[in-house]
Design a binder for this molecule. Structure first.
Ligand SMILES: *Cc1c(COP(=O)(O)O)cnc(C)c1O
Length: 396
């Protein structure tokens, strides 16, 4: 298998996705890894038990199934280690708890995933951590916000719902100068389209619930660390007793095999629809980093290898008192799009975005923001469905 590993190291994304993780020859040649359900692991004798001197010692510390998934993620991220947690939100909260202490200051991007903000404003605050939100466009200017006790700088690019880009390299360099750990919620891009650790980030976070799972039926998060930060992340996770389930880990590894080809389709359909929507009178703006008109487009082009399938539109709202009625008319006219949270699955979804918790990147004044997750359906059918929504919004 040594030869295979060498070939894979230089292979394309889809080739690697088809072969990383487990070695079939480790388990009788079966292509997929076994699903190992375990709490107890037996030791051959007392000395081995006392020293935990074998690869596996207890279910919470990993199994061949979870290892296969973690190894695959490490391959994609270029990370020293990866932990599995039961949701994407836990993939944010666990490293925050592993790296922050009472008296610390944390800088969090204002366009952050809303439940992350909720965690910061409630539990982190209660534990004595000061949280400050910053403008995603801050770049190297984040140096001005660094304090002697700033221990974490959290990024998310593009931002949730409104897709603001960030100059990750500039932020990471300034944060490291001040001695802070740099984390990113990289869910939108997946490690195929952006590899955070190559851009100075220490901790890469994913809601694996989204594209890696790909079928709207699994909740899981992954957190990957560089060599310097892996011991503290692993220790923090172990201290809290958090682990990924074997069945979900198996399904996630299965999802990864097709993630590359699914993403290509999501990307292509979403971009075609975004370009079409830019020309529509009912749409004031399209918030999609791969559109040249988008303010963060240059950063996206510089750092990212692709765009995924979720973006937003700002509908022509006429006046603020009509925003909700227009948004609801659009959503209620849709027949193919489902109205539901989350994204990354095979089916299209739409949601009226709530930006009321923002303090810097506030909601657009021109109209309501609608987030569209473009699924794997045929793009002409998706477009016809959006036409139905636009017509209803126009009439509302
Ligand atoms: C969905 C999402 C999460 C949370 O994932 P869950 O598995 O739903 O908890 C975290 N971050 C981002 C950017 C997300 O979109």
């Amino acid at each position: 298998m040594k030869d295979k590993a060498e070939v894979l190291a230089g292979a394309g994304d889809n080739t690697r996705l088809a072969h990383i993780g487990n070695d079939p020859m480790d388990f009788h040649g079966f292509v997929n890894p076994p699903v190992v359900h375990a709490s107890t692991v037996l030791f051959p004798n007392a000395a081995t038990m006392e020293n935990r001197a074998q690869k596996y010692s207890y279910g919470t510390r990993g199994t061949p199934t979870t290892d296969a998934l973690c190894d695959a993620i490490n391959e994609l991220e270029g990370s020293a280690g990866t932990i599995l947690v039961p949701s994407g939100l836990a993939a944010v909260t666990v490293p925050f708890l592993a790296f922050l202490s009472a008296g610390d200051h944390a800088l969090i991007v204002d366009s952050v995933y809303s439940p992350t903000r909720h965690f910061c404003d409630t539990m982190l605050k209660r534990l004595g951590v000061t949280v400050e939100y910053y403008d995603p466009a801050i770049g190297a200017g984040i140096a001005r916000l660094m304090r002697p006790n700033t221990k974490l700088v959290h990024t998310e690019a593009p931002g949730s719902n409104t897709f603001e880009m960030q100059d990750i390299r500039a932020i990471a360099d300034a944060a490291h100068k001040g001695g802070a750990v740099v984390s990113i919620d990289n869910t939108w891009a997946t490690p195929l389209y952006f590899k955070p650790l190559d851009h100075g980030v220490d901790i890469s976070i994913h809601a694996a619930t989204k594209y890696p799972a790909g079928h709207s039926d699994i909740l899981m998060g992954t957190v990957s660390a560089n060599a310097k930060h892996w011991p503290q992340l692993w220790e923090g996770n172990l201290a809290m007793g958090i682990c990924g389930s074997p069945d979900d880990s198996y399904q996630l590894l299965r999802g990864l095999r097709t993630m590359g080809v699914r993403l290509e389709r999501h990307q292509e359909s979403a971009l075609r629809l975004a370009e079409w929507l830019e020309g529509r009178d009912e749409v004031v703006r399209v918030l999609h980093p791969a559109l040249p008109s988008f303010p963060g487009h240059d950063l996206w082009k510089r750092d990212f290898k692709g765009a995924s399938g979720i973006f937003s539109i700002v509908l022509e709202g006429e006046s603020p008192d009509r925003f909700r009625a227009k948004a609801h008319a659009f959503l209620d006219a849709l027949r193919i799009f489902g109205l539901g949270y989350s994204w990354g699955g095979y089916e299209s979804l739409a949601v009226h975005v709530n930006l009321s918790d923002r303090t810097i990147c506030k909601a657009p004044k021109e109209g309501p923001v609608l987030r569209l997750q473009i699924g794997l359906e045929d793009v002409t059918d998706i477009r016809a469905d959006i036409e139905r929504g636009l017509a209803a919004a126009r009439a509302a």
